[in-house]
Design a protein around this ligand. Structure first.
Ligand code: GRG
Length: 294
């Protein structure tokens, strides 16, 4: 399997499958609907739904109901990007290679587009045609990861530490585990929950997701330093400009690269209990996460 080709193929497939889950009504609220659609379909690697589906398939899940949750996680992730780009947060003009939502529309519309995506994601999940106990557990797993104990809480800590004179490696790990890692880990775990995986297998996929989240964040920090705006589709060098706490700032580039590789390896090790080919794609994704160009 050529991993880059396979990822591209899966991303295109996911994009087509999640499209019907965005609100289709046409009414006086058309502008906010256009803004929601604009950011969801502005590009993006679709890593979170990809992880969710790969985990679901690893546990023999075959119900197309996984599409509902894949749409929901991409909607939640996209809301976070829209709000993160707002002037009150990171104030970025470019996202996924296009003007940020508040630049393409306006600030108030961007706030509403994020709110709409987040709220509608929960409606999409609640309508999932799968066993109610599995759906309920998966919804609460995603809510925990996206809310104040996860991504929202991590974003708050990130703002507190931005520009701060000192931060320890441990503090930075915690911030990133909440801000970025929680949603990546939950993507993996929800796939397992929806497929009805047993507890030990859930723990393994959860450990994979947690390590992958750290590897992903370190790689993201490194790319912000070594890549360029065109390749990234978002402003390169903005972490340093904004005084963000990052792995390269704290450890230097070489040590950060080493740590990213270690974490990708830890993610792969977490899947050691799956000794057939069922975990091959997830193992390859861990490698891709640290070797990607954008
Ligand atoms: C506003 C509640 C709230 C949270 C924002 C996700 C986030 C928290 C901020 C984004 C800032 C950032 C660059 C974080 C680093 C890692 C990250 C989440 C990158 C973007 O994810 P990708 O690379 O994006 O998967 P695509 O566009 O490919 O989906």
């Amino acid at each position: 399997m050529e991993i880059r080709q396979e990822i591209k193929r899966r991303a295109a497939d996911i994009e087509a499958r999640i499209a019907p889950f965005l609100p289709q009504e046409k009414g006086f609220q058309q502008t906010v609907l256009d803004a929601m659609e604009y950011s969801v379909f502005a590009g993006g690697k679709r890593l979170r739904p990809m992880l969710m589906e790969a985990s679901y398939q690893m546990f023999d899940g075959t119900n197309p109901a996984i599409d509902d949750f894949m749409a929901a996680i991409e909607m939640i992730h996209t809301y976070s990007l829209i709000h993160d780009d707002l002037p009150a947060m990171d104030d970025d003009d470019l996202r996924r290679g296009k003007p940020s939502n508040h630049k393409a529309f306006d600030e108030a519309t961007a706030i509403l587009a994020g709110d709409g995506l987040l709220t509608d994601a929960f409606m999409v999940m609640c309508r999932t045609p799968e066993a109610p106990d599995r759906v309920l557990e998966a919804v609460s797993t995603l809510a925990l990861a996206a809310g104040s104990s996860g991504m929202v809480g991590g974003q708050e800590w990130d703002m507190i530490y931005t520009g701060a004179a000192s931060i320890t490696l441990e503090q930075m790990r915690t911030v990133h585990a909440m801000k970025t890692g929680a949603l990546l880990r939950a993507s993996c775990l929800c796939g397992a929950i929806l497929a009805g995986a047993e507890q030990p297998a859930r723990e393994a996929i959860s450990a994979y997701g947690a390590a992958l989240g750290v590897a992903f964040q370190i790689a993201d920090d490194i790319l912000d330093v070594v890549s360029d705006t065109e390749t990234l589709g978002k402003p390169a060098g903005s972490d340093e400009e904004q005084g963000k706490s990052t792995y390269p700032a704290l450890l230097g580039l070489e040590k950060s690269r080493e740590l990213a590789r270690e974490q990708a390896q830890a993610a792969q090790n977490a899947l050691a209990c799956f000794d057939g080919q069922e975990a091959d794609f997830l193992r390859a994704l861990a490698d891709y996460t640290v070797n990607r160009a954008a």
